[in-house]
Design a protein around this ligand. Sequence first.
Ligand SMILES: *[C@@H]1O[C@H](CO)[C@@H](O)[C@H](O)[C@H]1NC(C)=O
Ligand SMILES: *[C@@H]1O[C@H](CO)[C@@H](O)[C@H](O)[C@H]1NC(C)=O
Ligand SMILES: *[C@@H]1O[C@H](CO)[C@@H](O)[C@H](O)[C@H]1NC(C)=O
Ligand SMILES: *[C@@H]1O[C@H](CO)[C@@H](O)[C@H](O)[C@H]1NC(C)=O
Ligand SMILES: *[C@@H]1O[C@H](CO)[C@@H](O)[C@H](O)[C@H]1NC(C)=O
Length: 327
Amino acid sequence: MVRLVLLCFVYSLPGPPKATFDTGTYQLYPVNKRLCPEFDPKRDATFDLYTKANNNTSQVLQIGNDSSLVNSYINFRIPTILFFHGYLESSHSEDGIKIKDNYLKIGEYNVILVNIERLLAGPFYVTSALNVKPIGKYTAGFVDYLVKKGLDLNNLHIIGMSLGAHIAGYVGKNLESGRPPRITGLDPAGPLLDFVPQNERLSIGDADFVDVIHTNAGIFGTRFSVGDVNIWFNGGTFQPGCDPITALKRVPGSIAEVVFCNHYQAWRIYVKTIINPKEYLATKCKNHHDYRKGKCIRNETTYAGMNVSKTARGDYYVDTGVTAVNV
Ligand SMILES: *[C@@H]1O[C@H](CO)[C@@H](O)[C@H](O)[C@H]1NC(C)=O
Ligand SMILES: *[C@@H]1O[C@H](CO)[C@@H](O)[C@H](O)[C@H]1NC(C)=O
Ligand SMILES: *[C@@H]1O[C@H](CO)[C@@H](O)[C@H](O)[C@H]1NC(C)=O
Ligand SMILES: *[C@@H]1O[C@H](CO)[C@@H](O)[C@H](O)[C@H]1NC(C)=O
Ligand SMILES: *[C@@H]1O[C@H](CO)[C@@H](O)[C@H](O)[C@H]1NC(C)=O
């Protein structure tokens, strides 16, 4: 108990020293919300709203703060995208920003980028993985609050990258207002989460429909088929143009690109499908080997990403060529 109080005191000190490197956010000590569950919403988890009317400057929404909601541009008649970034990232990272920019280009959306950078900061991956549950629970409270204020749950699409995919699953498990219609997992994190029970990670049932894009299975991404439909790109683990030399050539000086190129292809693929929903046609197949041998050419197909078929079930495969997906 004393230990817990002490820890919570340390965790509640104002913004610990933080450094931003090419790969993301580092802190001198981690914020462990499993041990210390109170959230400071100004610091630990913010909900950054973008719409066509504010496509470059976010409005910060807070649970229970009606004036922040009423004074925002949120519109409950249009679809809402709720996005969770991954380990080492923030709501200002390229994945969320590109997803936001492209949705706002194609139509009317509320795009909410959840900022949990202090809870998913490096180098504390273990702490970050432990924070998945409390963040998910807290955000479920946020979604329930929006529903109370007029959000139609059927208009909500939750998307998560890496650890963020499991947080999205945890939102689905903890919602009191119902089950969300769709969760998209972008290469859901594998390390520390591959062998936990289904109720502690993204799984079928967290939404009416769970679709997953796999690009780094068995390394940073999960090796398992955790969604209703699982689309394995280029076999699911190694992506074209992601060998260290080619990756460095594409983004000079980026350690992140060398380390995470395969993993990050997942969000780039998703963004590509916002721009062109028919970019990737995936085929149902037993495995990548059979897919490559052409044994599955007469099987069912679905587009991957934004316009994936809601009736597709099981494992699908698609190869994308020889260069990395770039958006
Ligand atoms: C968009 O916002 C960023 C920082 O939030 C700022 O640097 C940039 O100038 C803004 N761009 C436009 C077009 O307003
Ligand atoms: C509620 O939100 C408004 C607008 O974003 C902000 O100015 C205000 O400080 C918030 N109130 C509380 C109690 O945090
Ligand atoms: C925001 O919208 C304006 C007007 O539609 C557009 O010119 C601009 O490129 C958009 N900015 C971003 C960051 O998408
Ligand atoms: C795909 O098609 C092959 C024959 O081309 C068939 O043997 C196999 O059962 C099908 N697999 C799935 C998953 O539908
Ligand atoms: C793709 O999905 C979007 C959003 O759900 C929808 O508005 C659009 O009509 C779909 N496009 C196609 C080509 O199916």
